[in-house]
Write a protein that binds this ligand. Structure first.
Ligand code: FAD
Length: 502
């Protein structure tokens, strides 16, 4: 057994979404046996974007025991069933990447092989007609899954949220402070390292206060005060694959209907998000500064708002990639300090959730174990790479040739693992996915087909059933999904009834 005294003193640097998610989860899991202190600076503030999530955030909140309606009231949040992509595969194209299932899984091969068989003969509706998560948002309909209705599409609704990131951090702060987390206000001006291994010994604040600790979590955002500025973990730059490096964010007034989906509209050198909350719509233009200047990017954003802007546009810069090492000695980076894969598909907050869960899994007992740290870093690296490949897919799979940016994306070489996935799907519509991967087969399928990668064939077992039977099967799924969507309340009605902010 380790003869070192047990590690008890945790210091979190930064109080954005990453800092407060970490503090809240630690407080819940570790109780008061540990000292947890969080340092943040009101003057520096938080990045304040990050308003769309994927369904896994429901699990994070549930693990903390947070009531969903209370969370949505506190963050003025709304529900999200998927993302609509406009103008990505080609100008004028539109498809939804919905969470949840498409069709029903047959006994033999996945649904989409039957769909491919019929679509090849012009006898199938667009794929999105066979999923409640893509049919309902087009009609602005929403309800939570009815788990008591097994077999119905209503049992399979998978939802995530749109929410105000600043309000979520405040909400989690309340949760964490109630459970003993101590918040220290002020700027970090110096970091002291240990004489022996060069790990972090203490944080020194502008006031002169010295905050010593055993275990440090770097949630300082893109500044990466500990992991990069102090421990020099290094950064792997992925901007040759994910070329957007700027964003402009601006909120605007709400318009009706309240859609339960994010919209991502491709422009000449990037794309624009549209995230409807209860009280406003969050908008942003993510673009590549290599291909467009900020004046043009801002003009495009402001031209494409649904309502009047309610604040001045905010310009942000970032570099896509990740820290070469996430956990170095007694310090782990979480959130933007650990890397950033751009906002497409809303994966950053999910990566925070995964990092926090993994730190708890590999939580040090007393000293720091090299094998634990190596494993943490290896899994996190793969996790980042799999998400990266899914994002690159959106840029690579385009037929757009109307700008230098899209010509670059269409022609760029992609990572080998992604190329294999593309080749595999292009042959017989098969989707390969390993255990670490976040996005499901159905996610890959919707984006690949949505962006015009048409497989040459499909699984031969889809031919084993008589055509009339397959047709009846598809028609039935489409009819039932349509009827279920019709019966659902509107998103606005659902929120008004359950979780409207007061
Ligand atoms: P920050 O919010 O920047 O917090 C850093 C903290 O460190 C702050 O509290 C700051 O005060 C503190 N700090 C820094 N330096 C010091 C210092 N010297 N002394 C004291 N304190 C200090 N993610 C999603 O999941 N979905 C999205 O839709 C999404 N959209 C995004 C859009 C854009 C344009 C960008 C850039 C990011 C987006 N993200 C999104 C990512 C998301 O915003 C972040 O993952 C999330 O907000 C976490 O940020 P953070 O807490 O790591 O950093």
């Amino acid at each position: 057994m380790d003869s070192n005294p047990p590690l008890r003193n945790i210091v979190i640097v930064g109080g954005g979404t990453a800092g407060w998610m970490t503090a809240a989860a630690f407080a819940k899991a570790l109780g008061r046996a540990y000292s947890i202190r969080l340092i943040e600076s009101d003057e520096i503030g938080i990045i304040g974007v990050g308003e769309a999530s994927i369904p896994n955030l429901t699990e994070f909140n549930r693990a903390l025991g947070i009531d969903e309606d209370e969370f949505l009231r506190a963050t003025r949040g709304s529900f999200k069933l998927g993302i609509e992509f406009v103008n990505w595969g080609a100008l004028g194209d539109r498809y939804i990447h919905g969470f949840g299932k498409v069709g029903q899984m047959a006994d033999t091969v996945p649904f989409h092989h039957f769909w491919l068989r019929m679509a090849a003969q012009g006898k199938a509706a667009p794929l999105g007609e066979y999923s409640i998560n893509t049919v309902a948002p087009r009609q602005a309909k929403f309800m939570r899954a009815r788990h008591d209705m097994a077999g119905s599409p209503l049992a399979e609704i998978a939802h995530a949220y749109h929410f105000d990131a600043g309000l979520y951090a405040r909400f989690l702060r309340g949760f964490a402070e109630q459970r003993g987390v101590q918040r220290l206000e002020g700027k970090v001006t110096r970091v002291e390292q240990c004489d022996g291994d060069g790990g972090i010994a203490a944080i020194v604040m502008e006031s002169g206060e010295r905050v010593a600790g055993d275990f440090f979590i770097d949630c300082s955002g893109m500044r990466a005060l500990l992991i990069e500025q102090t421990l020099h973990a290094g950064y792997e730059d992925w901007s040759h694959w994910l070329p957007c490096d700027r964003a402009i964010a601006v909120p605007c007034e709400s318009v009706s209907p309240l859609l339960p989906m994010t919209r991502s509209t491709a422009h000449a050198a990037g794309w624009q998000w549209r995230i409807p909350l209860q009280h406003r719509i969050g908008n942003g233009h993510v673009y590549s500064s290599r291909f467009m200047d900020k004046e043009e990017a801002e003009a495009i954003l402001l031209r494409n708002l649904d309502g009047a802007a309610t604040a001045a546009p905010r310009h942000l810069a970032f570099r896509t990639g990740r820290a070469k090492t996430f956990w170095v000695r007694n310090c782990v980076a979480v959130g933007l300090a650990s890397g950033f894969l751009e906002p497409l598909e809303s994966t950053s907050i999910h990566l925070i959730h995964m990092a926090v869960a993994r730190i708890l899994d590999y939580f040090p007992r007393a000293g720091f174990d090299a094998a634990d740290i190596a494993e943490y870093n290896a899994i996190t690296r793969v996790e980042y790479e799999r998400i990266r490949d899914f994002l690159i897919l959106h840029y690579k799979l385009t037929q757009r040739d109307d700008s230098e940016f899209w010509n670059y994306c269409r022609n760029m070489p992609v990572p080998e693992g992604l190329q294999r996935k593309l080749d595999l799907f292009a042959s017989n519509g098969r989707v390969y996915r390993d255990g670490v991967e976040l996005f499901t087969e159905v996610s890959w399928l919707q984006v690949m087909l949505g962006q015009r990668l048409q497989p040459r064939g499909y699984h031969p077992f889809a031919d084993l059933l008589p055509e009339a039977e397959v047709q009846a099967y598809l028609d039935n799924v489409q009819r039932v999904v349509g009827k279920c969507a019709q019966a659902m309340p509107t998103h606005a009605e659902f929120i008004a009834k359950h979780c409207a902010a007061r």
